[in-house]
Design a protein around this ligand. Structure first.
Ligand SMILES: Cc1cc2nc3c(=O)[nH]c(=O)nc-3n(C[C@H](O)[C@H](O)[C@H](O)COP(=O)(O)OP(=O)(O)OC[C@H]3O[C@@H](n4cnc5c(N)ncnc54)[C@H](O)[C@@H]3O)c2cc1C
Length: 441
């Protein structure tokens, strides 16, 4: 590829940064990526547990995730992406209810029959509703309670919202919930069964292939290289101050900078006019605290178990090895215990061994056979900007991708709306960013 001589600096080698780099390089730009971590992939990165690459936070794709599916095809990985039947349950503190088909809904006797019918009707209404803008001024909690009733909220959708937003669940705007219904119910095939995509070899194979393509197109990725400042010199050129190998301070200039860091980090590294700054300040996130365990036995038969019991110390159990065939992990059982938490929450700050003990006590409630000896190996990680908190009228506070500073762009998960943030929407946003950068030159 012949370079067009225009330099673009990308901050962050997550899906947004990597896919933007790939598309920009294909158009002839010269691209360098600065990544503070020692690895690429950000929130979708993997670790090795018991010989298998597994995402730091559970990841799957939906059938409607067309932008990332196109990217996977473009990278020549179409054979790797496999679709698996999902299985979903709800644990109410005493019993697990299967929750995957209309029949399960009919059998869900925690709420009166009339409410079950209402739930089915409201789900269909949301699935076919196209104009989400009219929902902007309501929280999901208000809307669901008024349309589907308090029982449905308390027993089903409230716990699902809590599973994603913890203590902030009552504040979440209705468009986010609408978006979730669209993706989840759009990812159903025969007999209304949900199917989810997962690449053979984990998300790492997408990241590694992007890495290789970026290098072969002349791009460079600097790991362990946090960016400390974006500013303009006297000649009004953009300057990037960074720490090479986390140690040596250096400065470079660039024609354009695309930052993919969380909004709170963007505030640290760049000074903006007040109006834009206040939008960044208004972007709030939950952190994720995630245990990944290899267990001797399966805890449940489900891939995804929502915990509806408010006394549970965690919000969800995701049994990765229940999504894929048992051959994939050579009969090993992998499970995530997940929590979305305010970064000041006691569980976010607690020592992992103490947290593990608390979690293990609760696992016995889900499966009385469970004991700590089942844990063959585990790893624990915290993801600080895991989930933007999407309140009502969220559209008014989204920071623009083109910042008020000429040549400085921002693309992060707070700008994904009304859909739930996810790798597909990072790829989609990167295509938008590339268009904006092209117009800039
Ligand atoms: C628990 C969990 C489960 C998820 N499940 C799914 C799922 O099932 N399906 C799905 O599609 N998506 C899922 N997601 C969401 C998906 O992972 C993210 O939406 C996507 O990876 C975001 O990519 P990004 O590049 O925008 O951000 P990030 O991945 O956060 O990348 C930003 C990068 O910037 C780097 N950085 C930060 N500050 C600096 C600095 N100063 N200098 C240099 N580098 C810096 C970070 O290290 C990071 O690598 C999940 C996320 C979490 C947390």
């Amino acid at each position: 590829m012949i370079s067009n001589g225009k330099n673009i600096t990308i901050i962050g080698a997550g899906f947004t940064g990597l896919s933007s780099a790939y598309y920009l390089l294909k158009k002839g730009y010269h691209v360098e990526i600065f990544e503070s971590a020692p690895f690429i992939g950000g929130q979708a990165s993997t670790i090795n547990l018991s010989g298998f690459e597994i995402e730091r936070g559970y990841h799957h794709l939906f059938t409607g995730d067309s932008q990332i599916i196109d990217l996977i095809n473009d990278l020549g990985l179409q054979e790797k992406l496999k679709w698996h039947q999902s299985s979903v349950g709800i644990f109410d503190g005493e019993k697990i209810f299967s929750f995957q088909s209309p029949l399960d809904l009919i059998k869900f006797n925690k709420i009166p029959f009339f409410d079950r019918l209402r739930l089915g009707f409201i789900t269909l209404l949301l699935k076919y509703k196209k104009n989400w803008k009219s929902l902007e001024s309501m929280t999901a909690s208000e809307w669901i309670k008024s349309w589907a009733g308090k029982n449905v909220y308390d027993q089903i959708w409230g716990p699902l919202l809590r599973g994603k937003f913890g203590d902030y669940s009552e504040e979440i705007g209705m468009p986010w919930f609408w978006g979730k219904i669209q993706t989840r119910f759009g990812s159903r095939k025969r007999f209304n069964q949900e199917v989810l995509g997962y690449p053979n070899g984990s998300f790492k194979i997408i990241l590694d292939t992007l890495d290789k393509k970026i290098h072969s197109l002349g791009g460079v990725i600097y790991k362990n290289t946090p960016v400390k400042k974006i500013y303009f010199n006297d000649k009004k050129e953009i300057q990037i101050k960074f720490l090479e190998n986390n140690f040596k301070q250096k400065t470079k200039n660039t024609n354009v900078v695309l930052s993919t860091v969380p909004s709170f980090e963007m505030l640290n590294i760049c000074d903006f006019p007040d109006e834009y700054k206040s939008k960044l300040e208004a972007s709030k996130y939950l952190g994720a605290s995630v245990f990944i365990m290899e267990l001797k036995e399966k805890l449940t038969p489900f891939y995804w178990l929502n915990i509806a019991d408010r006394n549970s110390p965690f919000l969800g159990v995701i049994e990765q090895s229940n999504l894929l065939s048992s051959e994939y992990y050579k009969n090993k059982n992998f499970l995530y215990l997940t929590n979305y938490l305010d970064r000041n929450d006691w569980r976010y700050k607690l020592e992992e061994s103490e947290l593990l003990n608390i979690y293990c006590d609760y696992l016995k409630k889900i499966n009385p056979q469970f004991n700590k000896d089942w844990i063959i190996d585990y790893t624990y990680n915290k993801i600080s900007a895991a989930q933007p908190i999407i309140g009502k009228n969220y559209g008014n506070i989204i920071p623009e991708i083109s910042t008020p500073l000429e040549g400085v762009y921002l693309a992060n998960t707070t700008q994904i709306y009304p859909e739930d943030r996810g790798t597909n929407y990072s790829v989609k946003m990167s295509q938008k960013v590339v268009d904006l950068i092209e117009k800039h030159f």
